[in-house]
Design a protein around this ligand. Structure first.
Ligand code: ATP
Ligand code: MG
Length: 149
């Protein structure tokens, strides 16, 4: 996959999520990094669509984590915005299902990386003209191979 993307519309964000879903495997951890409104949830919705999730993927801000089981792989969607630290993450007990699932975490930088041997960091940004930029940053040899550089 191309590591760098310029996304002019929400549909473009959705399309990138669907493309990313195509390379996802059970046990994967994807950490979405970017400011408020950057498109983290929109990207996750595209990932959900690519995995074949039919139920709506909405921002899990008030429930922190939601599992969608109706796709090719279970999608664990986490919003870590309100979590205080790594201890809170462990309390969510995400490990239990992480091996069979794809975990996508908004606001998880510095909190969830320990949950998997390697992970994909997705850096989203919002330019002044509202266009979004995305960079895929592999952490670990498996992801480096899948993303290339
Ligand atoms: N490429 C894009 N161009 C323009 N707007 C976009 C793009 N991608 C997403 N958006 C829009 O940006 C808005 C915020 O998106 P989204 O809720 O996904 O952001 P977020 O990063 O999850 O925000 P939060 O930090 O609140 O969780 C939505 O209205 C979405 O449709
Ligand atoms: Mg969000």
């Amino acid at each position: 996959m191309n590591p760098d993307h310029v996304l002019a519309t929400p549909e473009d964000t959705h399309t990138l999520g669907r493309e990313l879903a195509g390379v996802l495997r059970a046990g994967d951890l994807v950490v979405l990094v970017g400011p408020l409104g950057a498109g983290k949830t929109a990207l996750t919705q595209g990932i959900g669509a690519g995995l074949g999730v039919r139920e709506p993927v909405t921002s899990p801000t008030f429930v922190i984590a939601r599992v969608h089981r109706d796709g090719r792989l279970p999608l664990v969607h986490v919003d870590a915005y309100r979590l205080g630290g790594a201890a809170d993450v462990d309390d969510l007990d995400l490990d239990a299902s992480a091996e069979e699932s794809v975990s996508v975490v908004e606001w998880g930088q510095g909190l969830v990386e320990h949950l998997a041997d390697e992970h994909l960091e997705v850096r989203l940004d919002r330019r002044d003209d509202d266009v979004r930029t995305v960079r895929l940053v592999p952490h670990g040899p498996g992801w480096a191979e899948r993303i290339g550089g």
